[in-house]
Every structure is written in C-alpha cells, then in structure tokens.
Design a protein around this ligand. Structure first.
Ligand code: NAP
Length: 252
C-alpha cells in the first residue's frame, strides 16, 4: 500500500504534544494528512509541531485545555483558518491518577472526569456540526482496556474510560445518518510518559504488569497510531460505534 492513506485529509489531535498523540501526528503526516496538534504543554507542543513540519505547512500547534468550551471553539476556528476543514478528530488527551475506592479523593475523581470525559464530550459537541455539514468525518475517542473491564486501583480512570466507550456508541448512532463515524480505541500498556505512574507505584510494578501481557512486551505509541490511521482512513468506512483493542492480548 502506498504512503497516502490520508491524502487530502485534515486531522485534529488533542494531547498531541507528546506520547501517543505525537506519534499519531507523525504517522498521519507521513500518510499525507495535515495535522493540528493541541495540548496544554505549549513548549513541547510547539517543538513537536516544528519537528513534524518545520515550515508549518503540514502541522501546527494550538494551545488547548480540553475542559474549556471556549478553547475548543478557538481551536476549531484556528484549524479551519489554517487548513480549511477537519476530517478526523482524535480525542486523545487524558490523565491517569491511580487510586481505589478507598483512597481516591473527590478532587482526583472530578479532575479525571473533567479531562477524560468532559474533554471528549466537548470535542464531539464542537467539531461534529462541522463534520455533519460536510456529511463526512471520523471521530476517534481514546479509551483504554480499563474501559472494558473492572480494573482495581483505577476507580476514577476506569469510570472515565467506560464513559468514553459508552458515549462513543451513542454518538456513533446519532451521527451515522450524516456519514460521520465514531469509534473508540482501547490501548493496553503503552510506553509513554503516562506509564511513569507505574514506576511511582513501587519497584517491580511495571515489570509485574508486563508479565501479564500475552505478547510479552509493552506497546510503543506507533502500535496505537496505526490503529488510529486505520480508523481515520477510508479503509474503515464500514466501522462505527465499535471498540478497537490494541493490548497485546491483555483483555483476551
Ligand atoms: P501522555 O503522554 O500523558 O499524553 C497525554 C497528553 O494530554 C499530555 O501531553 C497531557 O499533558 C495532555 N493533557 C492533559 N490534560 C490536558 C488538558 N486538560 N487539555 C489538553 N491536553 C491535556 O499520555 P499517553 O499515554 O500518550 O495517553 C494518551 C491517551 O491514551 C490518554 O487518553 C490515555 O488515557 C490513553 N491510554 C494510555 C495508555 C498507556 O499505557 N500509556 C493506556 C491506555 C489508554 P500533561 O502531561 O500536562 O498532563
């Protein structure tokens, strides 16, 4: 297959300064897309955009707190100004705070829901009308394997990722008549800065988690990016409202 699966498409990727979002941005550009990456990390975000497209013709960075509706409106406006359209929205920004029902503070639960759930809701709410008007588009919501089953020590994160999975299905049915597809990706253990929390949980925790992965190794962000590429491209034109799992067999 040639290197042009996203030729002519424009993608908006939240939390794209680093980690999986940055990897998706790189792959999408390699496949011919123009990409807007957004994040609260301005310095890293600007560096990433410059690295991916030194002259700004393929990629721009826009400051964006996904919990702010006015930020979302500004991001939509700037994306349209730069590249004229949005074909793919990747709701990737998210945080992970460890904690069980016995030790999770309300503030941690609320922060997690705000970024991981309200952020995704606002993204779909603000960008969907543009896609509906064009009668096409692909929305990719990043959930987790923690949105597929019950994960001890993940009370807030698990609730948020189940919510993303549920919203994805309902909105997929709402937007299907307008030619707009909505799917969720469920990564397992991916080597990004987010995994730092496993290191902080204690010596050997990350190694212990790794031994539970049937394929025997943590994924690189590119493994998830390739799934996002499939969902963003027309190769997945008959898939909507579905879960796409990238977990090395973890949930099997
Ligand atoms: P990451 O490296 O921490 O990247 C997430 C990015 O989102 C960070 O740059 C983060 O900035 C940013 N962000 C946080 N709050 C934000 C806000 N309010 N508005 C805009 N951006 C914000 O994490 P990742 O591992 O690439 O995770 C990407 C997605 O995959 C997340 O939704 C995560 O839950 C999901 N996921 C990850 C794994 C894994 O093993 N890594 C597994 C399953 C699912 P800060 O650093 O300042 O917070």
């Amino acid at each position: 297959m040639g290197k042009s699966r996203l030729e002519g498409k424009v993608a908006l990727i939240t939390g794209g300064a680093r980690g999986m979002g940055a990897s998706e941005a790189q792959l999408f550009i390699d496949e011919g897309a123009k990409v807007v990456i957004t994040d609260i990390l301005d310095e890293v975000g600007n560096e990433t955009a410059k690295r991916l497209s030194p002259d700004g013709s393929q990629c721009i960075f826009v400051h964006h707190d996904v919990t702010s509706e006015s930020d979302w409106k500004a991001v939509l406006e700037q994306s349209l100004k730069a590249f004229g359209q949005i074909d793919i929205l990747v709701n990737n920004a998210g945080i992970f705070e460890r904690g069980s029902i016995l030790d999770t503070e309300l503030s941690s639960f609320e922060r997690t829901m705000d970024i991981n759930v309200t952020g995704v809701f606002l993204g779909m709410k603000v960008v969907a009308p543009h896609m509906v008007q064009r009668q096409k588009g692909s929305i990719i919501n990043i959930s987790s394997v923690a949105g597929l089953d019950g994960t001890p020590g993940f009370v807030a994160y698990g609730a948020s990722k189940w919510a993303v999975r549920g919203m994805t299905k309902g909105v997929a049915k709402e937007l299907a008549p307008f030619g707009v597809r909505v799917n969720s990706i469920h990564p397992g253990i991916i080597d990004t800065p987010m995994l730092q929390t496993f290191e902080e949980a204690g010596e050997g925790v990350r190694e212990m988690v790794r031994t539970r992965i049937p394929l025997g190794y943590e994924a690189e962000p590119i493994h998830v990016a390739r799934m996002a590429l499939y969902l963003g491209s027309d190769d997945s034109s008959y898939s909507t409202g579905s879960e796409f799992i990238v977990d090395g067999g973890w949930s099997a």
